[in-house]
Design a protein around this ligand. Sequence first.
Ligand SMILES: NC(=O)c1ccc[n+]([C@@H]2O[C@H](COP(=O)([O-])OP(=O)(O)OC[C@H]3O[C@@H](n4cnc5c(N)ncnc54)[C@H](O)[C@@H]3O)[C@@H](O)[C@H]2O)c1
Length: 311
Amino acid sequence: MRILITGGAGCLGSNLIEHWLPQGHDIFVIDNFATGNREVVPEVDGLTVKEGSVADPALVDDCFNAFKPDVVVHAAAAYKDPDDWLEDSRTNVIGSIHVARAAKLHEVKRLINYQTALCYGRPQQLPIPASHPTAPFTSYGITKTAGEQFMLMSGVPTLSLRIANVTGPRLAIGPIPTFYKRLKAGQNCFCSDTSRDFLDMSDFLAFMDLAIKADAPTGVFNISTGEAHSIKEIFDIVSDFLGLKAIEVPVVPPAADDVPVVSLDATETYDAFGWKAKIGFVDTVRRQLVWYDQYGISDVFSHLKQKFDSK
Ligand SMILES: NC(=O)c1ccc[n+]([C@@H]2O[C@H](COP(=O)([O-])OP(=O)(O)OC[C@H]3O[C@@H](n4cnc5c(N)ncnc54)[C@H](O)[C@@H]3O)[C@@H](O)[C@H]2O)c1
């Protein structure tokens, strides 16, 4: 299959490449390296990389024209500065429009869009079903939701995935890398009094193998475990993993731009795809920590405004 991945140098995109290249798929990446890493998309057979932004319509069109993809995975997203509404809009709204239009023009068979659980805003029900109304309230959530709507109305068979917190190689966002990096450096931490749904990369990749099949369902689905686990539980697993005993850590109320509990109901995904997460929560976190021990850790990004001080 010929698969074009926007944002292919990011965490999810690069894991897809490592997973799919050995299966014999041809892959084309568009990435501006805003949060992705050039080194994870080396020049190897079957992989073409174009540096540039999905917000550039001529670049997007040229790439589709040259590569003629069967399937597009739209993973490019801007989120690293929550106050940079314009960049979020350029990438997540305008960029998504360019990708959707090019997919339509070049008769792409399937468009797979990655969506954040922040599209649901503060949920009225837990775990959140995919039919829950969208009510985003951050720049990232608002712009990703607008982009998703354009993709869904593009006329291209579109599968939009509302994805839980996926852990795996090169994860550089969220509490696991943050606690690992800070605790190892002897720095202070706090836990936001929030809970999230964590999904292991191997489960995510198993789903993506089903998602690119020609006869796979389209529409909107949650990709998740359906379980909520607190940030404090993660802190405890990380400190235990690092051999640090009985560390006191402040648990602080969620920030204004945060959501207390997110867990996504994947029952409909199971019914439609026969897919279900297999790796449990503690193993998911520990597998991530083993990876950091082996390969190290890069800069940690956040789409939230509440950040640590430098101590
Ligand atoms: N990782 C998760 O747990 C998770 C959960 C929910 C949704 N998502 C969504 O999945 C997608 C991938 O997330 P990720 O965790 O791999 O993030 P990531 O930051 O590692 O990857 C995003 C990639 O997009 C690239 N990019 C940013 N702006 C671009 C632009 N204008 N043009 C081209 N490339 C651009 C970045 O350089 C990066 O390589 C995003 O759309 C994100 O919203 C991820």
